[in-house]
Write a protein that binds this ligand. Structure first.
Ligand code: URA
Length: 238
């Protein structure tokens, strides 16, 4: 059966469909050995050999969902021109070609989903699914009740208001505070920017949950394969 090339690529673990389109545009995809850059082309993966970056693409790879406790210092891209360690290098024993769902900054640690399922990856990231992400931030100084309220109701960030957030102050000293924050947006460095915008720069940041799927006691640098019931927790949250 013929299908759009970007759909086949996304399903086989190349990333989201948008990512797959970027690969096509960049000339990294071949059909029967020939580079294709045409968008929207339909192919029958049973009859043609598709490759990405010179590696064969399987049309029906088993879907896999992984929760990794990302250490700081790792990038969440699949290639790094600067040669920094990439998160997928931590997935020892995983043969499927998985990609990170969204990103975590180099200096942020914690829960990172990886999968070869482009559709689920898109859902987790799409604002309409409102997947909540919870972080623990160590920030400079003490937050006032007013500031907590401000962040919770939304602040102006780079010309756009942030959606409502949920905050819980876990610990405060005169020098720093430890604050739990739940948001369902995924703007670049959003949590760091939100705290910085109200005068409390972030010292360290860790994502502890997607929806009701918690990182728990998973050690730094380790991962676990998720079952269907775990994945469901990503999309439901109290
Ligand atoms: N917000 C940030 O500031 N950094 C992350 O890595 C994730 C959310």
């Amino acid at each position: 059966m013929k299908e759009r090339l970007q759909k086949i690529l996304a399903r086989s673990g190349a990333g989201s469909r948008r990512k797959a389109e970027e690969f096509i545009q960049a000339g990294r995809v071949r059909i029967d050995g020939k580079v294709v850059t045409e968008m929207g082309i339909k192919v029958d993966p049973a009859r043609h050999k598709i490759s990405l970056n010179g590696k064969p693409v399987s049309a029906s790879e088993e879907k896999i969902y992984i929760l990794l406790n990302k250490p700081t210092g790792y990038v969440t891209t699949l290639h790094d021109p600067q040669g920094r360690p990439i998160v997928t290098s931590l997935l020892k024993g995983i043969s499927q070609r998985v990609f990170p769902v969204g990103r975590l900054d180099l200096d942020t640690e914690g829960a990172l989903l990886l999968t070869n399922d482009g559709d689920v990856a898109q859902q987790v990231q799409h604002p309409s699914f409102e997947v909540k992400k919870t972080y623990v931030a160590k920030i400079k100084g003490r937050l006032s009740a007013e500031q907590v309220q401000k962040l919770e109701s939304g602040i102006e960030l780079e010309g756009r208001r942030t959606y409502p957030a949920l905050l819980k102050v876990r610990q405060q000293t005169s020098r720093h505070s430890v604050v739990q924050i739940t948001i369902h947006e995924g703007r670049k460095r959003q949590v760091r920017k939100m705290f910085a915008a109200i005068g409390h720069p972030v010292f360290s940041l860790k994502r502890i949950a997607y929806g009701d799927l918690k990182l728990g006691t998973l050690p730094s640098g380790k991962f676990r394969i998720l079952h269907k019931k775990d994945l469901d927790k990503v999309f439901i949250s109290k």
